[in-house]
Design a protein around this ligand. Structure first.
Ligand SMILES: *Cc1c(COP(=O)(O)O)cnc(C)c1O
Length: 387
């Protein structure tokens, strides 16, 4: 194999060899072995979301996470319905695009990328417009790394009988989300995020009642959420249309490994520790986080140290050659980059990649401008900060 590196990107993530090895087998899709795997995945996801089986169910949908979100928005928001899209990043913006494309009726409540939607404002909007039937929101906005507070919004919507849709793509599996208790009607995530599988399908944890009510509403054939669910249920785990068999096998293994790690609480603790250590060491080096508040534990947007000019492509190559792939920024008006700390990433990786940032600044003669006498000096500052 050529040079390899670990991914410090928000999906795909670095996965274990044992997850990847599952993909060496070409499984058929119709026999009971395979259907049991599918059903096992659905049952496990329901448990991870702390959902009661009588009230909730799980739909698996081919495609990346975007397909799952689009499936929900274009299937459950009916022709006479209206969805309130609360947006503060590119993934919220994408929901607006989806609704525009499919002609889904929506209103938008947009806030700055470094701010969170205000539940009080949402309440006012809902009270002022009784034609709103659904509210949709991103949980972890991967654009910036911000974590939105979805729980109060779930309470507001539940009180009013409004359906609540959450894109928890980059958070589900990486922190506890009691889906039922938080009154989330449709939660969307995908195989290649915090469960640590590989890309190829998304999954939707859905409350049965609004899912069943969406029968016949879908604007798309292949993304018809109800029909996908109905087929899975009727056939006892057989997918409608070809399922991504290799990805499904890898995902089943990833779920086993999540359990072996100690479940979501253990994984959440590891990610939070990674994130804290990353930010501490980067800030000791002179980088600054874009977010002042609401920083989530999955991905961080950084500003370069004051007074230094850095070419992202050059820095990216330097770090990639030494074992880690970082991520460009996604803010239109600011010079930033991102580092994710999800996936098979542990403390030594965080120490290693932060050391590579120091090495890079040293190699380009920039450490002096930040106030360090030497690479040793910079390393010492990082060690002191994270001790
Ligand atoms: C990854 C992600 C998605 C899905 O993106 P894909 O490129 O389709 O996988 C959607 N929303 C959020 C918040 C994400 O992080």
């Amino acid at each position: 194999m050529d040079k390899s590196y670990k991914l410090l990107t928000p999906g795909p993530l670095t996965t274990t060899d044992s997850v990847k090895q599952q993909m060496l087998f070409d499984h058929c899709t119709w026999d009971s072995d395979y259907m049991q795997i599918t059903e096992g995945i659905r049952a496990r996801l329901l448990e991870l979301g702390h959902c009661d089986q009588a009230e909730y169910t799980v739909v698996l949908m081919q495609g990346s996470g975007t397909f799952g979100v689009e499936s929900v928005l274009t299937s459950v928001v009916g022709m006479d319905d209206k969805v309130l899209l609360c947006t503060n990043g590119a993934y919220g913006d994408r929901q607006v695009q989806m609704c525009d494309h499919a002609g889904v009726n929506y209103v938008r409540y947009n806030v700055e990328y470094d701010q969170v939607p205000d539940p009080q404002r949402i309440e006012q909007i809902l009270d002022a417009d009784p034609s709103i039937t659904h509210v949709s929101m991103v949980h972890s906005e991967t654009t910036s790394g911000l974590l939105n507070d979805i729980q109060p919004v779930g309470e507001l919507t539940a009180e009013r009988g409004i359906t609540f849709i959450v894109d928890a793509m980059s958070s589900f599996g990486g922190m506890e989300i009691p889906v039922q208790q938080w009154h989330i009607d449709f939660l969307v995530s995908s195989a290649n995020k915090c469960i640590q599988g590989v890309p190829g399908f998304s999954f939707i944890i859905a409350r049965r009642e609004p899912l069943e009510a969406s029968n016949g509403q879908a604007r798309s054939l292949s993304l018809d959420l109800w029909d996908q669910w109905h087929t899975l249920e009727q056939a006892g785990g057989k997918w409608r249309y070809t399922s991504p068999t290799h990805v499904v096998l890898a995902f089943a293994q990833a779920l086993e490994e999540l359990a072996a790690e100690g479940g979501i609480p253990a994984r959440a603790a590891r990610y939070a520790q990674n994130n804290h250590r990353l930010i501490t060491r980067m800030c000791a080096l002179g980088f600054r986080t874009y977010l002042e508040d609401h920083q989530g534990p999955f991905i961080t947007t950084f500003f370069y140290p004051d007074g230094v000019q850095v070419d992202f492509a050059d820095m990216y190559e330097f770090i990639k050659e030494r074992g880690y792939a970082i991520y460009p920024g996604k803010l239109t008006n600011e010079e930033t980059f991102r580092v994710a700390n999800m996936g098979e990433i542990y403390t030594p990786d965080i120490d290693q990649v932060t050391d590579l940032f120091a090495q890079y600044l040293d190699a380009r003669g920039l450490l002096g401008k930040i106030g360090f006498d030497s690479l040793e000096d910079a390393r010492h500052a990082m060690e002191q900060a994270s001790a």
